[in-house]
Design a protein around this ligand. Sequence first.
Ligand SMILES: Nc1nc2c(c(=O)[nH]1)N=C([C@H](O)[C@@H](O)CO)CN2
Length: 121
Amino acid sequence: MNDLVFIEGLTAQAVIGVYDWEKVIKQELVFDLEMEHDNREPAQTDDLSKTLDYEAISNFIIAFCAERTFELIETLAEHLADELIKVFDINALVMTLRKPGAIKAARAVGVKIARKKVSAY
Ligand SMILES: Nc1nc2c(c(=O)[nH]1)N=C([C@H](O)[C@@H](O)CO)CN2
């Protein structure tokens, strides 16, 4: 099954960074997300509740970043991916997380992770 729902260039503000000065400011993070989902049922029923709702997921990411603080973007990405998979019952996702202000000489730096739902069996 190759269907996806995606979110591209979602911006969120977070307290994020290893240095003391980073712990007292908010910095911009930018997310790209690809989430595996069978889109045939929502297409057949025209029913939002059968989708992976990109609006609900975007709002969740923005709220998560506003409420939680981490030093490394790796840690934020890992915790966020874990929660998204559980809360929205996502089978698999690929998340790119950019920190555009981190390195002056670079347009952005960041991490990319791929995670799957852990099966109970
Ligand atoms: N792989 C990473 N490298 C660095 C991180 C990070 O989160 N992951 N963070 C920093 C600093 O917080 C940096 O963003 C300050 O500009 C350095 N390297």
